[in-house]
Each structure stands twice: as C-alpha cells, then as structure tokens.
Design a protein around this ligand. Structure first.
Ligand code: NAD
Ligand code: ZN
Ligand code: ZN
Length: 344
C-alpha cells in the first residue's frame, strides 16, 4: 500500500510503498478515507534525533477516518464497511486515567511504549491503518468523513481545552483565541456553540482573520505588539475570562497571559515552545494557566455529536495521497486556511 512517511531526521515527507498491515488478535484494520494534517507533525519533523523518542521511518497522520476493512480474532461490535473515526491518543486502557476515558493522560503509555498513530505508531496518511483496539473507534454514521476527520484532533483538542473553562464563560465574558488555523477556527465555533462569550480572534494575516470572522469571531485582531492593548480596549480594560493560545510560541504565550482578566483561565495549547508566566504584578489576580493535551474518548463522542447537530463546519482543503508532501509544505508556509485533509 501507499503511505506518507517521515523517513529520516530533517527530511521532507515522502510517498512510499509499504506492506499492507494484517490485523492481529484484538486489532482492527481500517481502510483510510480521510486523514488530517496537523501542525504537530511539523513540530515532530523539526525535532533533533534525540528528542524524537521513537524510531524512523514513521508513517504520518494522527487524524483518521475510514471504513472497517478487517477484524482481528476476537473483535466484536464492528463489521466490515462500518464508517468510523479513530480516537488518536492511545493509552494502556487500564490505568486510572484510561479508566475515565482520558487515554490522552494515560500514566503508563510511555513506560509501555504505547504511542498514538502517526506520532510513534504507524499513522493514517496511508491506504490502511492498523488500530490496536476497537475501543479507539467511534462510529461516524452519516457524518462526512472528510469534514469530520479533523474533529479527532483539531476539534477534540480545543473542545477539551474549552470544556474545562466553561464555568468562566458566562454572559458578558470574553474568550480570546490566538491562532485561527486548524484548531483555532474550530475553537471559535465551539465557543460560539457552547458559550455566550464574546470571541476575539488573533492571527497574523488578513486571510486568517477573515476565516475567523466567517466562522463566528465577534472581533478579529492582528496578532502583534498592540494586540494585548486592543483586547483590553475591547473588554473595557478588564481582559478576557479565558484565553486559548493555539500557537504557544514565546510572544503569543506572553500575549495570552497579558490578556487575562482577574480569575481567568489561560490555556497554552500550541507547542511552539512558549510559556505563560503568572505572578503578582505580572498578571491579573488569580489567573490559572493550563497546558491541555488532546482530549478524552467521551469528549470525541461529544464533538462528533456537536457536528451532527450542525454546530461545527470545518473548513477543509483536500489533497490526494500523492500530494501530501505539498500539503505539509503549504501548512509550514502558513498557506492552509482551515485544515488540510488527505484522501488516500
Ligand atoms: P495551524 O498551522 O493550522 O494554525 C496555526 C495558526 O496560528 C495559523 O493560522 C497561523 O497563521 C497562526 N499564527 C502563527 N503565528 C502566530 C502569532 N504570532 N500570532 C497569532 N497567530 C499566529 O496549526 P494547528 O494544526 O491548528 O496547530 C496549532 C498548534 O497546536 C500547533 O503548535 C500544534 O502543534 C499544536 N497542537 C497541540 C495539541 C495539544 O494537544 N496540545 C494538539 C494538536 C495541535
Ligand atoms: Zn495534532
Ligand atoms: Zn492508561
């Protein structure tokens, strides 16, 4: 089968031919219909060898949707042809976090060598994907797999970040979304669907800000040195009750903390190496900073239900499998508006 692999440190992704996997006992083979392209893959491909933590080559892609192609021995509950989305942050399945469906926070995954598909295990930008356990599958039903596939990460991650801050987002409150790309443009829609908050979006180009407005941001502001002052001005000097930074670089994390109102939540979701520092005289009183990672299995079910209810419209750019390297190039250059999705 064809697959898109990151083959050696510093190399560009490549389309290669690899053996089609066979499902072992308890596993499920998925014929991939759609696979999303995430900025985290670019972060992985920018890491030095010693930071990788898994061997190369790696088949890329941690957002997957497809149809069940074959069931390993002992698998029940699914049948060939079923349309499914794949929950990506695989855990051990039995620790306290996994028992709560929070496999994203599995306490044993590292020790057991369990890695998400596309982030250590063979990923979804391929004709077939091997899924370790049917508990990682969520039925899609009538949802279009092409627009639903980004919900497994670009939807689930902001959903998890926002859900924790819902008590802060009361009528009259403000939420700031920094970085309105794959994750951010879904975050704006989630905030509009789940809260009465005013949403202020920050990004670096007019094109991205136009998408932010189109998907529901009340205000869209250029992310530069004056952005914090603009957010303060728009909020009568108070700042925002929740700030979600989908860039996470040093300047955006600084902006995120500076925009925070008294008792605000600041979520650093982007992995751009930034950190928000909180302290007396630095930030407003009682600001809490979090670094959420992906989301729980239950939250993925909820996000898909929100899409089914018509509350989320993911903007996708589609590419054939052979064009996947081009999709990564475009994402790296900031040319993807919404989410790039590969159709193997
Ligand atoms: P993306 O490239 O689709 O979106 C990033 C957006 O940020 C783009 O619109 C870009 O123009 C904008 N941007 C860049 N610099 C900016 C700045 N200084 N100010 C404001 N906006 C700026 O990326 P994505 O796939 O949505 O991922 C976003 C980030 O989240 C990445 O760092 C990714 O690795 C990370 N991520 C984290 C998790 C998690 O669980 N914590 C999960 C998925 C992705
Ligand atoms: Zn991702
Ligand atoms: Zn676990």
């Amino acid at each position: 089968m064809k697959a898109v692999q990151y083959r050696s440190v510093g190399a560009h992704p490549e389309v290669v031919t690899v053996p089609r996997p066979e499902p072992g006992p308890g596993q499920v083979l998925i014929e991939v219909t759609a696979a999303g392209v995430c900025h985290s893959d670019i972060a992985v491909m920018s890491m030095p060898a010693e930071a990788l933590g898994f061997p190369l080559p790696l088949t890329l892609g941690h957002e997957a949707a497809g149809t069940v192609a074959a069931l390993g021995d002992g698998v029940t509950g699914f049948a060939p042809g079923d349309s499914v989305a794949v929950y990506g942050p695989w855990g051990c399945g039995t620790c306290l976090m996994c028992a709560q469906g929070k496999e994203n926070y599995c306490t044993r995954a590292a020790e057991l060598g369990i890695r998400p598909p596309g982030l250590g295990a063979p990923g979804a930008i391929a004709e077939y994907l091997l899924v370790d356990d049917p508990r990682h599958l969520v039925p899609l039903g009538d949802l279009d797999p092409v627009t639903a596939v980004p919900l497994t990460d670009a939807g689930l991650t902001p959903y998890h970040a926002i859900k924790t801050s819902l008590p802060k987002l009361t009528p009259g409150s403000t939420a700031v979304v920094i970085g309105t790309g794959g994750l951010g443009h879904v975050a704006i829609q989630l905030l509009r669907a789940l809260t009465p908050a005013r949403v202020i979006a920050l990004d670096v180009t007019e094109e991205k800000l136009a998408l932010a407005r189109e998907v529901g941001a009340h205000d869209a502001v250029l992310s530069d040195e004056s952005a914090t002052a603009k957010v303060r001005e728009l909020t009568g000097g108070l700042g925002a009750q929740a700030v979600f930074d989908f860039v996470g670089a040093p300047p955006t994390a600084t902006t995120a903390a500076a925009c925070a109102a008294v008792e605000a939540d600041v979520a650093i979701v982007g992995i751009g190496g930034g950190a928000a520092s909180v302290g007396f005289g630095t930030t407003a009183y009682d600001v809490a900073v979090r670094s959420p990672y992906w989301g729980s299995r239950a939250e993925l079910v909820e996000v898909l239900d929100l899409a089914r209810a018509g509350a989320i419209d993911v903007h996708v750019e589609t590419y054939a499998l052979d064009e996947a390297p081009k999709a990564y190039e475009n994402l790296h250059a900031g040319r993807v508006n919404g989410r790039a999705v590969i159709l193997p």
